[in-house]
Design a protein around this ligand. Structure first.
Ligand code: HEC
Ligand code: HEC
Ligand code: HEC
Length: 438
């Protein structure tokens, strides 16, 4: 598995300020509230069934992605989520009584997973409890039955490595008060069962909004629900029916194929989405994938209008075309059509039309391994161009693909590529500029 990259709530910082406002009474109340359990763990063969269901809930929720460090034992924690102020490490959630959650009750587990209160107090929203709050009582109990079976691993993790005052967990009470809706999923009475299942999977276990919804300065969700969100070095695109930069032109089958195999006739996944597909969505049943597709297709289109494309006689466009013809067209084809289910089409590709080009820049600079799934074990990768092309050549080819074949999106500047090279620790350019200007 490649470099892991997860969203981190930058907002935790300002939270210190919030907390300082002082919600002491609420803090006391919240920390000591009890959560009676309506569904219990079964015994005998019913327990075996329950453990199996819980394993599936764990897949849907992608618990492994964060709770397994690169090269570490499953669920033993220690995976690092970096913030500009320091790191938060994921907890050891194996059954080790000393360094894991071995001695926990179901209520303690519930308090952490659905209500955001762990062994040291309030949890940082880097743990997506704000989505898991929607888990049904049955799914929570099943999940606990499964998590309890994970073999103990001794691995002491110091989760909170933030400096003062950001390390003060009690301040997170203020964040919760503003942004945390501590409510189980409520199906919409007027909608079909399939729609409700899709809504549940997306908003609850799948926690899709943690990446696909833009955050405010405090790290809370904005109201632009699933309309696209920036991560460090990536952009998770608009999932609404916007026909230009969203899924408006995708069929339900296109969505199902993407979530199951990482590829479809338009695109291929990369970065954090490949991780989500490899660890989680490829294991979803067909019915669940169809439910997600139906739910996403029913989302009203975001209002972001398509900009006017740059004219093809623009200087950047002309240089970009030369770079494209010599470096990219062998795979992506001169008309940007790609090769069905193997090489992404760059024309009519919502990610290419996204307002934020981060994912495109990332893929072109560093290359990417194709998504490795049961449905598609031989996906092709994209070569890295960081050493081959100058900042300005990469910027121009980005500008070109974003404004050709019916695409239209803001141009990309050499400054943006220079900055991305540093941020993404991409290799420096080795040689002469291929096409005139440096
Ligand atoms: C996006 C990353 C991410 C995902 C996905 C995730 N976690 Fe976490 N989890 C964390 C981090 C980070 C912490 C530590 C947060 C802190 O200490 O404030 C944590 C803490 C916890 C804790 C609290 C442990 C303690 O000792 O306080 C439990 C329990 C837990 N996670 C269980 C789960 C389960 C079960 C799932 C799947 C349903 C899951 N997590 C999915 C990142 C994640
Ligand atoms: C850890 C962050 C993260 C999570 C969680 C996540 N995504 Fe994504 N998603 C991304 C990124 C980043 C991309 C862009 C990948 C690329 O450009 O290849 C993406 C791409 C996609 C695409 C393709 C869109 C396009 O225009 O190419 C779909 C569809 C999608 N995600 C659906 C989902 C669904 C459904 C969920 C929840 C089950 C989900 N994602 C959860 C980060 C995430
Ligand atoms: C050897 C074949 C090959 C060449 C050459 C190549 N690509 Fe790719 N490219 C791929 C493959 C395969 C993928 C899909 C990889 C993935 O994301 O899993 C891809 C992905 C991409 C993506 C991401 C598309 C998406 O839907 O997220 C962009 C953007 C891209 N390439 C642009 C370029 C540009 C610009 C060039 C030239 C500088 C180029 N490629 C050269 C094979 C190639």
């Amino acid at each position: 598995m490649g470099k892991k990259m997860r969203r981190v709530a930058y907002g935790i910082v300002s939270v210190a300020v919030l907390g300082a406002v002082g919600y002491t009474a609420w803090v006391q109340y919240g920390l000591h509230k009890s959560y009676p359990q309506t569904v219990q763990i079964s015994s005998g063969s019913a327990l075996q069934e329950q453990i199996k269901r819980g394993e599936y809930v764990s897949r849907l929720s992608d618990c492994t992605a964060c709770h397994t460090a690169e090269g570490g034992k499953p669920f033993a924690g220690g995976y690092r989520l970096n913030t500009p102020f320091g790191a938060i490490l994921s907890s050891n959630i194996t059954s080790d009584p000393e360094t894991g959650i071995g001695g926990w009750t179901q209520e303690q587990f519930d308090r952490a997973v659905r209500h955001g209160i762990g062994s040291h107090g309030y949890l940082y929203a880097a743990m997506p409890y704000n989505a898991y709050a929607k888990l049904t009582d049955q799914d929570l109990a099943d999940l606990w039955a499964y998590i309890k079976t994970i073999p103990p691993v001794k691995n002491k993790v110091v989760e909170n490595q933030l400096p003062f005052p950001f390390n003060q967990r009690w301040t997170l009470a203020g964040w919760n008060l503003l942004f945390f809706k501590d409510r189980v999923f409520e199906p919409k009475a007027t909608a079909s069962e399939q729609f409700n299942r899709g809504a549940y999977l997306v908003d609850g276990p799948g926690h899709c909004a943690s990446c696909h919804t833009a955050k405010n300065l405090l790290g809370g969700d904005t109201s632009a629900y699933l309309q696209g969100g920036a991560l460090q070095g990536w952009y998770a695109p608009d999932l609404t029916a916007n026909p230009h930069s969203g899924l408006g032109k995708w069929s339900e089958e296109d969505i199902v194929s993407y979530l199951r195999s990482g590829t479809n006739k338009i695109t291929a996944s990369s970065g954090p989405m490949t991780e989500a597909i490899e660890n989680s969505t490829q294991y979803m049943t067909d019915d669940d994938l169809k439910a997600i597709a139906q739910y996403l297709k029913a989302l009203p289109a975001s209002e972001a209008p398509a900009p006017t494309p740059l004219s093809s006689d623009n200087t950047a466009m002309m240089t970009g075309k030369k770079v494209y013809e010599s470096q990219c067209s062998a795979c992506h084809v001169s008309n940007g059509s790609g090769v069905r289910n193997m090489i992404p089409s760059l024309s009519g590709n919502p990610q290419v039309n996204s307002p934020d080009p981060s994912s495109l820049v990332n893929v072109v600079l560093n290359g990417t391994d194709g998504p490795l799934t049961h449905a598609n074990p031989t996906a092709a990768g994209m070569p890295a161009f960081s050493q081959k092309l100058s900042d300005s050549n990469i910027a121009d080819v980005m500008t070109y693909i974003r404004n050709s074949w019916g695409n239209a999106a803001a141009p990309v500047s050499a400054r943006q590529i220079e900055k991305a090279r540093l941020d993404l620790q991409a290799k420096p350019w080795l040689g002469e500029s291929m096409h005139g200007k440096k």
